[in-house]
Ligand binder design. Structure first.
Ligand SMILES: [Zn+2]
Length: 258
């Protein structure tokens, strides 16, 4: 069984969510983690997650939504964390790929949310696009209990800095492209104990999907088999190791179905 450690299931239309969960189950996906991104979807990720035992959720504000939020939203987030059972604080982080003019605000909200993770002793799910060193700087100052650097695409050295801080590295559809030699090298050579898998669906389609096909959690099985081939491992034995890694880093995931 495989665990999709990062899926924005709440971005899927209501009419296909049940079907999407069912086809994930049929493709050996035992658990799906749904991170929130903004104040607007804190409730929605929870409401979706409680519908099915195979789903878990994380609560947090994504750096690309930071322009719209303010400190009163942090109070709302903190209340929501206190009153519910998220498996992590996320998706949080820094994004310097799209916007660079609000870096101070992004850092302010990253730090506030790292402090929240420390207060509630929760792991974090990190977005670090073009901003790994900035995120690492804050992780050294604010010692959370670890988490996942999602869609990891940094250097080998940066990977080990995350590992030393108690983090796992998330790999998904991006590594399946023939030209993705750098990500493939990381996914092949980093210690297997440091790796978790994710679809990031509906984003990040794997190589084999046609333009009109939507990325969804069921693709994780093929992504996992791709990684196993890359590493020369038996996919089903590797799936057990990767699931163990995921449960180790997100221990609040419902273990019933793994
Ligand atoms: Zn995401």
């Amino acid at each position: 069984m495989w665990i999709d450690s990062h899926c924005h299931l709440d971005f899927f239309p209501d009419t296909i969510i049940k079907k999407t969960i069912k086809s994930a189950r049929n493709s050996q996906i035992s658990n799906i983690v749904i991170p929130s991104v903004s104040p607007e979807n804190l409730t929605r990720v929870r409401e979706i997650a409680v519908q099915d035992d195979t789903l878990s959720y994380a609560l947090g504000f994504h750096p690309m939504y930071i322009d719209k939020i303010n400190n009163s939203d942090l109070v709302k987030l903190s209340d929501s964390v206190r009153n519910n059972s998220p498996v992590a604080i996320g998706e949080i982080g820094i994004d310097l790929f799209i916007k660079k003019n609000n870096i101070d605000k992004q850092e302010h909200f990253l730090v506030s949310q790292l402090k929240l993770a420390i207060d509630y002793d929760l792991p974090v799910i990190l977005h670090t696009r073009n901003a790994i060193d900035v995120v690492l700087k804050h992780l050294r100052r604010h010692k959370v209990r670890g988490g996942i650097a999602h869609a990891f695409n940094g250097s080998n050295q940066q990977a080990y800095q995350f590992i030393d801080l108690g983090f796992k590295l998330g790999f998904g559809g991006a590594m399946t492209y023939p030209r993705a030699k750098h990500i493939q090298k990381l996914a092949k050579e980093l210690p297997i104990e440091s790796i978790v898998l994710e679809t990031d669906s509906p984003d990040m389609p794997p190589f084999w999907l046609e333009k009109d096909q939507k990325n969804q959690p069921k693709e994780l099985e093929k992504i996992g088999i791709f990684l196993a081939q890359l590493r020369g491992l038996d996919p089903y034995k590797m799936a057990k190791t990767i699931s163990k890694n995921t449960l180790e880093i997100l221990p609040k995931i419902d273990k019933l179905y793994t």
